[in-house]
Design a protein. Structure first.
Length: 70
């Protein structure tokens, strides 16, 4: 019985370590960028134009590059 308890606790400890770390909140600049495309949650999302999608992808990639440098 004691062995079963030890095995269970070891497995539980492994599960705790397997949980990925919390993601950081988006930067204020990225939050503003996203809000310009979805300003009011009551309106729901809208379809972006090709230019807007390209700009959003560029800004997200730039934010990701900055995060990797840190």
């Amino acid at each position: 019985m004691r062995l079963l308890l030890v095995v269970f606790l070891a497995m539980a400890a492994g599960v705790v370590h397997a949980v990925p770390p919390q993601q950081q909140a988006p930067s204020p600049r990225l939050r503003l960028t996203l809000q310009q495309y979805h300003p009011d949650a009551t309106q729901g999302p809208r379809r972006l134009s090709a230019d807007e999608r390209a700009e959003l992808r560029r800004q997200i990639a730039e934010t990701a590059r900055r995060a990797q440098r840190r």
